[in-house]
Design a protein around this ligand. Structure first.
Ligand code: SAM
Length: 218
């Protein structure tokens, strides 16, 4: 797995070390354990998936985490991505999952394995206001637009990585950078396929663009 992510272009040593240290096989259902280090997503129940290792590494690298950074993940799923974030030294990790059973399982798993992740069950469309602002936000489900509350909760000079596009097909992985003047710079990082962003927030704001900054690349 490590050779694969390096051959596909991951260079950040802290990300590679985190990917090396987190036991991915403990985040997949026992019947799929033998496949857990292959470069593909695997089912985790409730119609959801644990993302493929390369995409986990790429999204983590794109967050450009620095010591002392606070990061919010939307879509805890198995807890694997949250563990990778927590394995990067001196990060504080918050993670939200909408499916109660997955949120509970991930919380227990992360606790058992000793990863310091602050987890909560809820609709990540609205972020986690209480602990904002975040230096980095990672969304691991495909949204039709960038939720405005997440933009608001991103710190100045913060980075957000989010797949945006129609559910059920291919989306574009976007990286946003919040400038000092509050505007966003957008970078197209290529095509991805994620499970849909669900919940009342996304439904209520369907058809709305939560992104109102510099539209370069859109
Ligand atoms: N990061 C996860 C991991 O490492 O296993 C994989 C996430 S899976 C591709 C996407 C997750 O996003 C699913 O668990 C899904 O339930 C969750 N999700 C979808 N919409 C959400 C929302 N509005 N708020 C929070 N979680 C959401």
């Amino acid at each position: 797995m490590i050779d694969t992510i390096i051959s596909r272009g991951i260079t950040d040593e802290r990300v590679i070390e985190a990917m090396r240290s987190v036991p991915r096989h403990l985040f997949v259902p026992s019947e799929d354990r033998r496949q857990s280090y292959g470069d593909y997503p695997l089912p985790i129940g409730f119609g959801q998936t644990i993302s493929q290792p390369y995409i986990v590494a790429l999204m983590t690298e794109l967050l450009e985490l620095r010591p002392g950074n606070r990061v919010l993940e939307v879509g805890t799923g198995s807890g694997y991505q949250a563990a990778i974030l927590a394995a990067i030294p001196e990060t504080t990790v918050y993670s939200i999952e909408i499916i109660p059973e997955l949120a509970q399982q991930a919380r227990e798993r992360l606790e058992q394995l000793g990863y310091a992740v602050h987890g909560k069950q809820g609709d990540g469309y609205y972020g986690w206001e209480e602990h904002a602002p975040y230096d980095a936000i990672i969304v691991t489900a495909a949204a039709e637009h960038v939720p405005a509350p997440l933009i608001a909760q991103l710190a100045v000079e913060g980075r957000m990585v989010i797949p945006v596009g129609p559910p059920g097909g291919y989306q574009t992985l976007w990286k946003f950078f919040k400038r000092v003047d509050g505007e966003l710079d957008a970078y197209n990082m290529g095509g991805v396929a994620f499970v849909p962003f669900t919940g009342a927030g996304a439904e209520k704001h369907h058809g709305q663009s939560g992104f109102s900054g510099n539209r370069a690349g859109w």
